[in-house]
Design a protein around this ligand. Structure first.
Ligand code: DC
Length: 223
């Protein structure tokens, strides 16, 4: 017998620094749903490879994939456990950020993590944020949002988020590099799903963005 689903699936995709994770977390809270930050899974996998001193370069793709077979990844309330170790405090470093675009561009890596993300969200009642949720992970999501903001606003938000741990210029270059990588990779590129609603958050507060998405979600839930 098919299990009753706990609610709808809401997919929030968009570029780095658009505010997806904090918005997704608040939307989930307001609806009594769970939130899955899929970016932290790619970050966790990258941290795992760095810790094992695996060279992250094209010629080494097979070794990277072999190593990742030894990785057990679990998400508990958006804390990322790798082989039972809580790696959450270590995934937002410059070093992880340097390699995560490359790691997340490998089709073999995406296959492992997309499968895990689908398993986690299977029961419904989830808000997932990432780059390919509406197109690859949950193409049947009942509500899809493509959340963006102007490049300069994204740079400023990221700067504030890092509390001065990185220079504006470094962040600007890094976001540009990651945007290019995410958009142009062959596997699961950053692109809006055909049925996604575009939401430009450049001139909206987080509260306004959250309110809009919650309202759209309630309309979908009630119909
Ligand atoms: O959202 P974030 O900055 O934490 O994501 C980290 C990296 O992971 C980013 O460079 C793109 C990648 N990513 C991805 O390829 N697919 C996702 N669903 C989520 C993140």
């Amino acid at each position: 017998m098919e299990q009753k689903r706990k609610g709808i699936i809401i997919a929030i995709d968009g570029p780095a620094g658009a505010g997806k994770s904090s918005v997704a977390s608040e939307v989930a809270q307001k609806l009594g749903y769970s939130h899955l930050d899929t970016g932290s899974m790619y970050r966790g996998a990258t941290y795992f490879l760095i810790k094992r001193n695996i060279p992250m370069e094209k010629e080494n793709e097979n070794q990277v994939l072999d190593e990742l077979k030894k990785m057990k990844i679990d998400m508990i309330d958006n804390r990322i456990l790798i082989n039972e170790e809580d790696t959450t405090p270590f995934i937002r470093t410059k070093e992880v950020e340097k390699f995560v675009s490359w790691v997340s561009s490998l089709p073999g890596v995406r296959k492992i993590l997309v499968q895990k993300q689908r398993e986690i969200a299977r029961e419904g009642g989830f808000v997932l944020d990432g780059r390919d949720i509406g197109t690859q992970v949950c193409p049947d999501a009942e509500l899809k949002i493509f959340l963006s903001a102007s490049p300069e606003i994204r740079v400023k938000r990221r700067y504030l988020q890092l509390k001065g741990k990185a220079e504006l210029d470094f962040i600007r270059k890094d976001l540009k590099r990651r945007d290019e990588y995410d958009k142009n990779r062959k596997a699961g590129p950053l692109q809006p799903a055909e049925d996604a609603i575009f939401l430009d958050s450049s001139h909206l507060t987080r509260k306004q963005v959250v309110e809009k998405i919650v309202r759209w979600a309630q309309e979908v839930i009630e119909n």
